[in-house]
Design a protein around this ligand. Structure first.
Ligand code: URP
Ligand code: ZN
Ligand code: ZN
Length: 492
């Protein structure tokens, strides 16, 4: 019998501290050896000098998530949206883009507890091929939820609670947000926060629509940077009050990132995530004829080219330390997705969110590494190592090291590709990145030692994805200092 099940031969392996030309020996789904030459393997994946990166970890993805009031601003009876992306189609898309693990969202509907919907979501997720974990959304923090159910979900290895400071009917009052922070602190969870000011957006939305300004482009007008900055400040201040670590999701602008930078400077445990849409799309994209602009509608709204440069700077400084996709599966055609309230609906009633699971790594690599804005080490940290640490998945995930799961992306840094919806291999009928030219593309993906994508062809058996019970988060501090958040060691 061979020593190894698979050897990845002759790649430039991204260690997080530069690259090393070596072979990777894989046994039982894990990396068993890194050596100059490994010969005794049952199968070989020839890397031929290409980069070998840790498989991407996308710690902010909405997949097959039944949402009541699904990310719309509606004030009336909320619509129910189900992302058109299943865990099977999302897995295909993720593998096509070099991503091997996701953290997605278990919904809570107001008036309900957590556990029945968690059981439903566990069934959905188990059908996919990706490895996965969950954030638990809290929209109704009753005593029963916080006192009885949160400890139960934490015992299952779900170590982050997600709250929204906007959206109807998902948003929490300050009082309820504090209650969630307290419960998280008691149970050793991270809190992840959507930071926009609900009342301010509602006030502007009502006036815009009353004035007949209801086309998709007015979505951006309804939520300028100040509403994000204010909510980011408040989210951090209240977390400081409770002494509870938080991650600010999808930071779109310098103003909000500065709030995070100030907090970190003062030693607070705050992390910032941004997404490719805030580095490539602009509010002008929503100014397309008719309903077309809805294809770019997400919250916070895409901003401007000048803002992209400022967000890059915040990435370079380490203030924004994770890049996720915030993948959301609403198609443009049909009556389930973006058009759930009709193609003439005011922007308020169009579901927010755009797909980006497969596009995340190529866009960040191309716009970041290929264009010289960040180093390869930065790329690895932003897309794999930092999410693994913050989500309590390290050292099993997020790095190429002996003992880690053999999750790899074989990457051609010189390959030029024009992004198209076909290449995304998702169940959604468009990509907001159509026509974007990128340099750098995944040519193979390995998940726990199995080659699940080769030259764009995904082959993986549905139901082979594994739930990842998570340990406590690790704190990746500014300037790279690392400390454990809690006494317990991260889960293996
Ligand atoms: O517009 C967005 N971002 N939709 C997905 C839900 C969320 O806010 O993260
Ligand atoms: Zn959000
Ligand atoms: Zn999201």
């Amino acid at each position: 019998m061979a020593d190894y099940d698979l050897v990845v031969r002759g790649g430039e392996v991204a260690t997080g501290f530069g690259t090393a030309r070596c072979d990777i020996g894989i046994r039982d789904g894990r990396i068993a050896a890194l050596a100059e030459r490994i010969t005794d393997a049952a199968a070989t994946l020839e890397a031929g000098g290409l980069l070998v990166l840790p498989g991407g970890i996308d710690s902010h993805c909405h997949i097959e998530e039944p949402a009541r009031g699904g990310y719309v601003g509606t004030v009336g009876e909320p619509v129910v949206t189900v992302s058109e992306e299943s865990f099977v189609t999302a897995s295909t898309s993720a593998f096509a883009g070099g991503t091997t693990s996701v953290v997605c969202f278990v919904p809570q509907w107001k008036g309900e507890g957590l556990l029945p919907r968690l059981a439903d979501y566990e069934r959905r997720a188990a059908r996919g091929m990706l490895d996965y974990s969950f954030h638990q959304i809290i929209t109704d923090p009753t005593e029963a939820v916080l006192e009885r159910e949160v400890p139960q979900i934490v015992a299952k290895g779900i170590r982050s609670l997600k709250v929204f400071l906007t959206y109807e009917p998902l948003h929490l009052s300050d009082e309820d947000y504090i209650k969630v922070l307290v419960a998280a602190r008691r149970n050793g969870c991270l809190v992840t926060v959507h930071c926009e000011n609900y009342a301010a957006i509602k006030w502007r939305t009502e006036r815009l629509i009353a004035a007949g300004m209801s086309a998709p482009k007015y979505h951006a007008w309804s939520r300028p940077s100040v509403v994000e900055r204010e909510a980011t400040h408040r989210a951090i201040a209240l977390a400081e009050l409770v002494d509870q670590p938080i991650q600010v999701f999808h930071v779109s602008c310098e103003e909000a990132a500065e709030e995070i930078a100030r907090a970190r400077h003062r030693g607070l445990k705050v992390w910032g995530e941004t997404c490719p849409q805030y580095l490539t799309l602009t509010a002008e994209d929503m100014d397309r004829p008719g309903f077309e602009g809805a294809a770019f509608m997400c919250s916070p709204s895409p901003r401007s080219r000048e803002e992209h440069a400022r967000v890059w700077e915040m990435i370079r400084r380490g203030t924004l330390d994770i890049v996720s996709s915030d993948h959301c599966g609403f198609s443009m055609a049909g009556d389930k997705g973006k058009a759930v309230s009709g193609r003439d609906a005011p922007f308020r009633d169009i579901p927010n969110g755009i797909p980006g699971l497969a596009a995340r790594l190529p866009i960040l690599f191309s716009e970041g590494v290929s264009k010289g804005r960040i180093s390869l080490d930065d790329f690895v940290r932003l897309t794999a190592t930092n999410p693994a640490r913050l989500m309590g998945l390290a050292p099993r995930k997020g790095l190429i090291a002996v003992g880690a799961d053999a999750d790899l992306a074989l990457w051609d840094p010189a390959k030029k590709v024009t992004i198209s919806n076909r290449l995304m291999q998702h169940a959604i009928d468009y990509t907001p990145y159509e026509g974007l030219e990128v340099t750098g593309w995944p040519v193979a993906t390995v998940r726990r030692g199995a080659v699940v994508m080769r030259d764009g062809v995904v082959q993986a058996e549905p139901g082979t994805g594994r739930f990842l019970p998570r340990g406590p988060y690790e704190m990746v501090r500014p300037r790279g200092v690392l400390a454990n958040g809690f006494d317990a060691a991260p889960a293996g």
